[in-house]
Design a protein around this ligand. Structure first.
Ligand SMILES: [Zn+2]
Length: 281
């Protein structure tokens, strides 16, 4: 069944929300906004809901409503103990709202035991409770949990909405989260780095990599994500082998785990050169 956000809000107005929802697509900011919108419609105390002014609306919007719980990854994952502690709260009486909203943010980071614990909860849903799984990577959620949830897809914002940020969104491959980070960093700087990187790989100018080495690990990861977007495009057009993209992704994973991003970047540049860098461009 296809279900969209408009229908969900309608169901919420009629106090018939699904117990388990899966919000995916678009960016984390957009999905967070949607969860808040759902929560105020479910809990607003006025007739013209959401009024935005009653205590329930205000508390939800400021992140202070006792019946609005958020679970996020601790370091890299959401563990079973986090889900069990949420479960304990779920079966207690609702404090002051009409509905309890439990947001599992970055739900693709649920460990397998944590995801299975949630599945158990979904089988015996607590009363007047809505669990929202939110993720930019729906494939990262186990199929059994995914199939239990009512899925709501948020399409990425179009370039026009972004206006001046359209370049950043393009560099972000349509991913608003990456687009926002690129915009903060400076889209022009990113383009320049990409052009330099590709020139270095094409010409086999290995020492050139030191001249464009990102000083910070986070900056390095951002540039690699933008590089992956460019490479993905080239792979789709059949211009280069998928190996280019695969190694870029692997390198990003390695950099997330280890301290020395410089070494990982050097190795990546060497690999890209060995794949036949002159194919790029
Ligand atoms: Zn209200």
């Amino acid at each position: 069944m296809s279900f969209n956000f408009g229908l969900l809000i309608k169901a919420a107005f009629n106090s018939r929300p699904p117990h388990l929802l899966l919000f995916h697509g678009s960016g984390s900011v957009e999905r967070q906004r949607a969860v808040l919108e759902l929560a105020v419609v479910l809990n607003c105390m006025k007739d013209n809901k959401p009024c935005g002014e009653c205590p329930a609306c205000k508390k939800i919007q400021s992140g202070n409503h006792p019946d609005f719980q958020t679970v996020r990854p601790l370091k890299t994952s959401i563990g079973i103990e986090q889900v069990l502690s949420l479960q304990e709260k779920m079966y207690k009486k609702i404090y002051e709202g009409k509905y309890r909203i439990c947001l599992i943010d970055e739900a693709d980071r649920l460990t397998l035991p944590a995801a299975n614990a949630l599945l158990k909860i979904a089988e015996e849903p607590p009363e007047n409770t809505v669990i929202v799984l939110s993720t930019g990577n729906v494939e990262g959620i186990i199929p059994t949990l995914r199939s239990r949830a009512q899925s709501i897809y948020f399409p990425p914002p179009s370039g026009e909405i972004w206006g001046a940020g359209a370049q950043s969104l393009k560099l972000g491959g349509g991913d608003p989260d990456l687009g926002r980070r690129i915009e903060e960093f400076g889209a022009e700087k990113v383009w320049e780095w990409l052009a330099n990187y590709i020139r270095i790989v094409e010409s086999g100018d290995f020492p050139g990599i030191y001249g464009i080495m990102p000083s910070e690990k986070e900056e390095c990861l951002l540039l690699l994500q933008a590089l992956a977007v460019c490479l993905k495009d080239m792979v789709a057009k059949g211009k280069i082998s998928p190996e280019f993209l695969k190694e870029t992704g692997n390198t990003a994973e390695i950099i997330k785990k280890q301290v020395n991003h410089r070494l990982a970047m050097e190795v990546l540049a060497l690999k890209h050169m060995s794949f036949g860098g002159n194919e790029i461009g």
